[in-house]
Each structure stands twice: as C-alpha cells, then as structure tokens.
Design a protein around this ligand. Structure first.
Ligand SMILES: [Zn+2]
Length: 155
C-alpha cells in the first residue's frame, strides 16, 4: 500500500524542451511509452501509412525523438513524398541519427535510429529521384516523432 504523492514540482515548467531522462531498462521503456509507441520505437515496428499525425503536416517546427526528446529533423527538410509517412531529405545534423543495415523482409535497407536513445525512427532511401537537395528520403514514423512548433515570438 505504498502511494507515492505525485504533485507536479514547481520547477518542471511546461513547454520546456529539455531532453527527457532516458529510461534505464526495457520495463522502464514500457512504462514511459504507449503500446503503439513501444512497438515502433523499441521493436522497430512500422505504423500504417497515411495514419500518423505528421505524414502531411506542413507546420513549421522541429521534430524531436518521441522517446527522448532529441531534436532530429527540421520542418524545412520535410517534403511530400506521397508515401504516407513523414519524409525528410536530411536530418537536423548527421550526429542526431545513426544508421544500421537492415536486411529484414528480404531486402537491404538502412534503418534510421535516434543517436541518443537508439529508438527506431524509420528507414532512409537514396536515389529515388525526388527533387530535393540530397535525393535522400528519410521515411520516418509519425509515432517516433513529436513536433515542437516554432513559437510566434520567433521573427
Ligand atoms: Zn531518442
């Protein structure tokens, strides 16, 4: 019968963009994430196309890792690839993501993960002919991201 009082601490100001503390183990991740988030972020699942909240979003802002809050992609690198997932032609910085060869499903793809918490983001595809500066398509699950919109204060 231990009940932990969970009054919000006055220091934790809402809207802070500080990175979240990383969970220590798998049980921690399960507590912190919803089942759908857990399946994609920690088990490299894929959300159904055209269902995520960001695939056609054009709002300006920064897309952060939903698991740990690291800033991963900027909205100005997002383009409409008509594939049903948010697509970016470049990460915010190369050190924000890590690349892992993925040979599941009988094809060779490059998996993209968050470099801080190693959560699954999606895959990156090259040379598809999109008219972007890099001709790369970072095909990322909406549920792996959280959009932090640019405030009106920014002029
Ligand atoms: Zn992360």
């Amino acid at each position: 019968m231990t009940s932990t009082p969970s009054a919000p601490s006055p220091d934790s100001s809402a809207g802070s963009h500080e990175p979240l503390a990383l969970p220590l183990d798998d049980a921690d991740w399960r507590r912190q994430l919803t089942p759908d988030e857990y399946r994609v972020l920690r088990q490299a699942g894929t959300e159904a196309p055209f269902t995520g909240e960001y695939w056609d979003a054009t709002t300006e802002g920064v897309y952060c890792c939903r698991a740990c809050g690291l800033e991963l992609f900027r909205s100005h690198a997002k383009f409409n690839a008509h594939c049903g997932w948010p697509s970016f032609f470049a990460p915010l910085a190369e050190d924000r993501v890590e690349y892992i060869k993925d040979v599941s499903l009988g094809m060779e793809r490059v998996e993209v993960r968050c470099s801080r918490c190693h959560s699954h983001m999606g895959h990156v595809f090259a040379g598809e002919g999109y008219e972007t500066p890099t001709d790369l398509r970072y095909c990322i699950n909406s549920i792996s991201l959280r959009l932090v919109e640019h405030g009106d204060a920014q002029e």
